[in-house]
Design a protein around this ligand. Structure first.
Ligand SMILES: *Cc1c(COP(=O)(O)O)cnc(C)c1O
Length: 366
């Protein structure tokens, strides 16, 4: 594994500065660039180039150890990766229990363009093999189920069958899991979540070491106009500067909370890949760097789950995850195939004992 050097990342800009340059990344909010004569590879127009994204992509590439392109949202990145790799007649395999908007994109748009879309659940994903699939879209752990895929085995089998793999690595970030090193061809991420970390913007990125795929994705961005705003790029860059400390605390706290929640009488069922008895534990131990900051608990009833989420003063009742503020929600409210009392909990950056005291008190009060 090529662990990203996050200290080096913090100095990527600084080490290239000239005397008197600002240390912080300038926000270049411009659609036009001064361009007399031949363009000569200079920044030309805001849909094509922007120095703030260019530096953000330099930092993302350092984290991924691969060329990266940034997008205005996770779905922008996923759309780019899929539209750049499928064509009429392609067969696309996706997860039936993966991020639901990816399924909507496939079902509502790609299938209308002649792509045939097949869905399989995470726990039986390899059943039936991968022959005849041009693109296989992965997500591990699944969200919200937290089931895992054997990424190296699947990536190898798909490649052998002549297809490519795309993995959504949103929940783990490049610090928690390195799909490209596990043999996956393309990584996509919603940087709206832990990468940005402050719940104040939407962004996404695509990473791949396959030059032809990246050229096609860059062309898609330029032609479709799905470009990030410079301000969002700037905010994501700022968020990435603290990713290492945030992610470290979030994962460590999640482990502590999971161990304590597992023995609390109000918790009927818990999933966290870092618990030795969890069905995902073996795969997580083999292929992730950390066990993540997402855990799920099932309480006794929907009413108790709502009461817990809404009454705990250190949990934001909110959809989405990965922010510095811990948050929780009942996924059944969006129609996920889960128990009505099933809660996805995103562990934030609060000190873990303070967080546990608030969670325990709210569970005890049910
Ligand atoms: C949120 C999310 C997305 C979509 O990202 P946006 O930034 O909301 O467009 C994709 N995949 C996963 C796993 C997500 O959690």
């Amino acid at each position: 594994m090529t662990e990203p050097k996050t200290g080096e990342m913090l100095h990527l800009r600084g080490n290239a500065l000239d005397k008197g340059d600002p240390v912080a990344l300038p926000l270049t909010q411009s659609s036009m660039f001064h361009l007399p004569g031949a363009p000569d590879g200079h920044a030309s127009y805001g849909r094509v180039d922007n120095p703030t994204w260019a530096h953000l992509e330099h930092v993302l590439s350092h984290l991924e150890n691969a060329p990266c392109l940034s997008f205005p949202s996770g779905m922008g990145a996923i759309s780019a990766a899929l539209f750049a790799t499928v064509k009429a007649g392609s067969r696309l395999l996706i997860l039936s229990d993966g991020y639901y908007v990816t399924r909507l994109l496939a079902d509502r748009f790609l299938s209308n363009l002649g792509v045939s879309v097949v869905e399989r659940p995470t726990t039986a994903f390899a059943d039936g093999g991968f022959d005849g699939f041009d693109v296989v879209f992965l997500e591990s752990p699944s969200n919200p189920g937290l089931d895992m895929l054997d990424l190296p085995a699947i990536a190898g089998a798909v490649r052998e069958a002549g297809g490519i793999t795309i993995a959504d690595n949103t929940t783990m970030t490049p610090l928690g899991q390195r799909p490209l090193d596990l043999g996956v061809d393309v990584v996509v991420s919603s940087d709206t979540k832990a990468m940005g970390g402050h719940s104040d913007m939407l962004m996404g990125h695509v990473a791949s070491r396959d030059t032809a795929i990246m050229e096609r994705i860059e062309e898609w961005r330029r032609v479709s106009g799905a470009i990030p705003g410079p301000h969002e790029a700037w905010l994501l860059h700022r968020g990435l500067e603290t990713l290492d400390v945030r992610f470290d605390r979030m994962c460590s706290s999640a482990q502590v909370l999971a161990e304590r929640l597992a023995t609390h009488p109000a918790v009927k069922h818990i999933r966290y890949p870092g618990l030795p008895g969890d069905p995902s534990h073996a795969l997580a131990a083999a292929q992730t760097e950390r066990f993540g900051f997402l855990l799920t608990i099932t309480l006794e009833t929907e009413a108790k789950a709502e009461q817990f989420i809404n009454a705990c003063p250190l949990l934001r009742p909110a959809t989405s995850f990965g922010g510095v503020h811990s948050s929780a929600e009942r996924r059944a409210r969006w129609g996920d195939a889960v128990d009505p009392a099933f809660i996805r909990l995103s562990v934030g950056c609060e000190p873990v004992d303070e967080l546990w005291q608030a969670i325990e008190a709210s569970l005890n009060a049910l």
